[in-house]
Design a protein around this ligand. Structure first.
Ligand SMILES: Nc1ncnc2c1ncn2[C@@H]1O[C@H](COP(=O)(O)OP(=O)(O)O)[C@@H](O)[C@H]1O
Ligand SMILES: CC(=O)OP(=O)(O)O
Ligand SMILES: [Mg+2]
Length: 342
C-alpha cells in the first residue's frame, strides 16, 4: 500500500567487494523496504539483473535507481544525479579504487539499459569525509602529488552517515565508528562530521582486513618490487586479495570460517585483526582528543560477538567510552539520497 503513495520508489544497489546487495524502497518521510536480497558474486551483472527482475515482479517499478559508489575521485564530493560528466569522473576515479570502481561503472551501464529513462543517482562513500581538514587529508609525500588527487579520501561514508542518523539526538560530540565488514575502516566523527579516518587514497589502507593488508610499511612494497620482480598488477593482487586475515591464516578472510577453523594460524589472523581495530580506534580517539562513544557496525561488527568482546577488553583503559553495536544501513541512505536527488 505504502508504495502506491510513495514520493519515490528506489532501487538501491550496493556493490561491495564481496557481494551485491539490492533493495526496493518506498520513500516518503519514512523509508520502507519492499523487497531486497544479496547476491554473492560481483562478476556477472546480466545475471544479477535477471535475479533482481524476478524478485521485483509484482512490485511497483522503480522511479529512480541509487548506487553506492565507493570512490568519487577528486572531483565528486557530494551525492548527485548520474550524467555523462559524472560517468567520466567515475572512470577517472577507477584508478583509485580498482577493486570497486569498474564493477560500479558496469552496473550503472547495465541498469541504464534495463531501465531506460529511469534516473540514476550516485551515492559516494567518500562524500561523508569530504570536509576532513588538511591535517587528515594530506599524505606525507611531496606536495606536488596532491594536484593529481593523491590524498586521504576515506570510505564507508554511507555506513557512517547511517550510524549518525540512527543515533539522532543521542549523537555524542566525540564518536568513533568502526565499520568492520569484508573491508574495514575506523572514522573519527566530531559533532556529526568526519574529521579523520583510517582508509586513505584507496580502500586498501588502515585496518587489516579480510583479504587486504591495511597499512603496511611502504618498504615492503619496495622490497618486493626490487627483489622479487612483482609488477603493479601482481602487487595489487597481493595487497587487495591475498593478504589480511586470508593471507595470514591461509584459510579464509571470512570471520565465520576462521572461527570454525580454530587453527593456530586462524587464531593469529583474528587476534591481529582485533589488535589492528583497537589501534585504529585509539588513533581516532587521539584525533578527537578523547571519545564518548564507539559504534561497531558491518558484518563482523554486528554479528561476531567474540570480536566485540575482544575490542571491549582491548579498549577497557579508555575512560568513559560507551560501546554500541548498530546495523550499517547503507542501502537506506542510498534510498533517501536517490529520492531527494531524482
Ligand atoms: N554471523 C556472522 N558471524 C561472524 N561474522 C560474520 C557473520 N556474518 C557476516 N560476518 C562477517 O562479515 C563479513 C561481511 O561483512 P559485510 O559488511 O556484509 O561485507 P561487505 O564488505 O561485502 O559489505 C563476512 O566476510 C564475515 O567475515
Ligand atoms: C570501501 C570498502 O572497503 O567497501 P566494502 O567493505 O564494501 O568492500
Ligand atoms: Mg560493505
Amino acid at each position: 500500500m505504502v508504495a502506491l503513495v510513495a514520493r519515490a520508489v528506489v532501487l538501491a544497489l550496493n556493490s561491495g567487494s564481496s557481494s551485491l546487495k539490492y533493495g526496493l524502497y518506498a520513500v516518503e518521510d519514512a523509508v520502507v523496504l519492499l523487497v531486497g536480497g544479496t547476491i554473492e558474486t560481483t562478476d556477472d551483472h546480466g545475471h544479477f539483473f535477471d535475479a533482481i527482475e524476478r524478485a521485483l515482479r509484482g512490485w511497483p517499478a522503480p522511479t529512480v535507481i541509487g548506487h553506492r559508489i565507493v570512490h568519487g575521485g577528486p572531483h565528486r564530493d557530494a551525492h548527485c544525479r548520474i550524467d555523462d560528466a559524472v560517468m567520466a569522473d567515475l572512470a577517472t576515479a577507477c584508478a583509485f579504487a580498482p577493486l570497486h570502481g569498474p564493477a560500479s561503472l558496469a552496473l550503472i551501464r547495465v541498469a541504464g539499459a534495463r531501465y531506460p529513462g529511469v534516473p540514476q543517482v550516485a551515492c559516494f562513500d567518500t562524500a561523508f569525509h569530504a570536509g576532513m581538514p588538511d591535517l587528515a587529508t594530506t599524505l606525507p609525500i611531496p606536495r606536488a602529488y596532491r594536484a593529481s588527487g593523491i590524498r586521504r579520501y576515506g570510505f564507508h561514508g554511507l555506513s557512517c552517515e547511517s550510524i549518525v542518523r540512527q543515533l539522532g539526538s543521542e549523537l555524542p560530540a566525540r564518536l568513533v565508528i568502526a565499520h568492520l565488514g569484508n573491508g574495514a575502516s575506523v572514522t573519527a566523527v566530531r559533532d556529526g562530521r568526519s574529521i579523520d579516518t583510517s582508509m586513505g587514497l584507496t580502500p586498501t589502507g588502515g585496518v587489516m582486513m579480510a583479504t587486504r593488508t591495511g597499512d603496511l610499511d611502504p618498504g615492503v612494497l619496495l622490497h618486493l618490487l626490487r627483489e622479487t620482480g612483482l609488477d603493479a598488477p601482481a602487487l595489487a593482487t597481493l595487497v587487495d586479495h591475498a593478504s589480511g586475515m586470508a593471507g595470514v591464516s591461509g584459510v579464509s578472510g571470512d570471520m565465520r570460517i576462521l572461527r570454525a577453523a580454530a587453527t593456530d594460524e586462524a587464531d593469529l589472523a583474528i587476534r591481529m585483526f582485533e589488535r589492528s581495530v583497537c589501534k585504529q580506534v585509539a588513533a581516532m580517539i587521539a584525533s578527537l582528543g578523547g571519545a564518548d562513544m564507539l559504534v561497531l557496525t558491518g558484518g563482523i561488527g554486528e554479528h561476531d560477538a567474540p570480536t566485540a568482546r575482544a575490542i571491549r577488553a582491548g579498549l577497557a583503559w579508555v575512560p568513559g567510552l560507551e560501546i554500541r553495536i548498530l546495523p550499517s544501513q547503507e542501502d537506506v541512505q542510498i534510498a533517501r539520497h536517490a529520492a531527494t536527488l531524482a
